[in-house]
Design a protein around this ligand. Sequence first.
Ligand code: F6R
Length: 617
Amino acid sequence: MCGIVGYVGKQKAVSILLEGLKRLEYRGYDSAGVCVLQSGQLDVAKKIGRVDNLTREVSQRRFGGTTGIGHTRWATHGGVTDANAHPHLSSDAKFALIHNGVIENYGQMKQFLIGKGYTFRSETDTEVLCNLIAYHYAKEPVGNNGTNRFLESVRKSLRHVEGTYGIAVLCVDFPGELVAARKASPLLLGVGDGEYIIASDASALISRTQNVVYLKDGEIVHLTPASFSITTLDQADVSPVVDKITWSITDADRGDFAHFMEKEIFEQPLALENTMRGRFSEDGSTANFGGLNLTAAELRQIDRFLFCACGTAWHACLVTEHLIEQFARIPCEVDYASEFRYRNTPLHSNTLFFVVSQSGETIDTLAALREAKRKGHKVLAINNVVGSTIAREADGGIYQHVGPEIGVASTKAFTSQLMVGAMIALYVARLRDMSFSDGVKYVNALKGAPALVQRALEQAAHIQEIAKRYAQYHDMLFLGRLSLFPLALEGALKLKEISYIHAEGYPAAEMKHGPIALISESCPSVFFAPTNEIFPKVVSSMQEIKSRKGPVIAIVTERAELPSGLADEVIAIPDCHEAVLPIVAAIPVQLLSYYIAVERGCDVDKPRNLAKSVTVE
Ligand code: F6R
């Protein structure tokens, strides 16, 4: 949450910062601001609302410098006001700071600084840190042992901070220099041609360079126009490793689509191909994962799986649980990462522990990983962002390879997590009792998934028409069974997050135990009704809704025969293998939510109160 970008180089900083902020806007969009260091002063512009507001403000003033910082905010401390927007200046106007994260002990530090005569214009924890840096700078009039006084005052201040941060700082006395640091908030350094860009997310720098250094917790980077150096809070030197980002600027562009979410929904056939690429055995009967760092013998010892994640990724884990238990016959448990981290769940040595996170930066999922590692347990990660904190801290894992997901509502990352889960179930099943021929059938089914998803996408126009008829409801239920119960949860989450319609997901039969009280003409139910052995049971749940005048939208597989007149709307998806069904079934609920949100005039890619990647607790 919140986006950070900083520039040191020869170009006019402000346009690079604004472009970076535009690309970072999906990380937070309450307010935005920039600060440029020019002619010995820090020029700041900040505005509540979207980056476009800021761009208008900036265009009315002269921002000529070649060093600057920019921020797009998702409010934590202090309301959404121009004053609370970043960058913040120290009260002596010597420092400007942008910050992602939460400084937990800011109250104490603020009292201390007020006692020293520092004044505050905002309610933020960030301004406190900015003044603390100014305080240490003023206290230490010359650099110690030839060290850089700017850098050392940041380092000293950070030693007092409890909480999390990704920061970038400018100092008027050091034109052309920038200091940045991180602890539990993502930060990477782009190494360009005669320029450096610091950012919380690769999308902010990808238009200028693909060469990046992923900063680790406790590291501080010092940029000058000619060089950069990385040290730790304890002043130890760090040898940087320059990595290459594998995707390019076109992957982060919306193209002709109206929204990133729409683009990402329609990208799913390709995204699934990319997730599978190179991951099947030569004999075509199982999956291969280079990054698990576990031998077949070690995997055979596993007697329990535990998956931790948040939100949509948690739903993907529930489907994986179903498939692992169904095909590999190994008990599997799924926990919310935010609960796991405080719950003291037993973790026995034969439990295989996975965290799942598209961004690889979700703080609760990261904390779950760290809690398990603290106990000496091995942690594997399913993750989409190469170089993310979770990817780096895990002992092994599986990358999703779906390219950047920019729409705040997760779509292609979700179906690719389902694909990875289905492949894990296959892999462990084949180490146990699944036969060669069942393995081949399973692999062929997975390979066929992109084409089936494509067919489901062909229902888009039909679903759009349905969306028009249902856009004005205030409540909706999503009901499914077995592997499609998590899809009911996901359908409800997608709808509420982008259209603000209250929605709940339930196992279809559970509806009788309470939620049926909600049913009336004004509460439609979306049912998943695939052809399988419990199809008749799902039909009777539908009948119970119908007899209470509840409108029914049925998502059926093509061979399913619904009693006529039972469903008000029918969306047909292809019949498919059990491991592929949840992937294909995701498409109609993604499209339905998307079109309903568009119909209601909602800002689909930037839903209220949300931001991509929840990096604060
Ligand atoms: C919903 C959504 C969120 C995320 C959740 C975890 O559409 O995107 O529920 O799934 O915040 O995010 P990651 O996977 O980045 O850990």
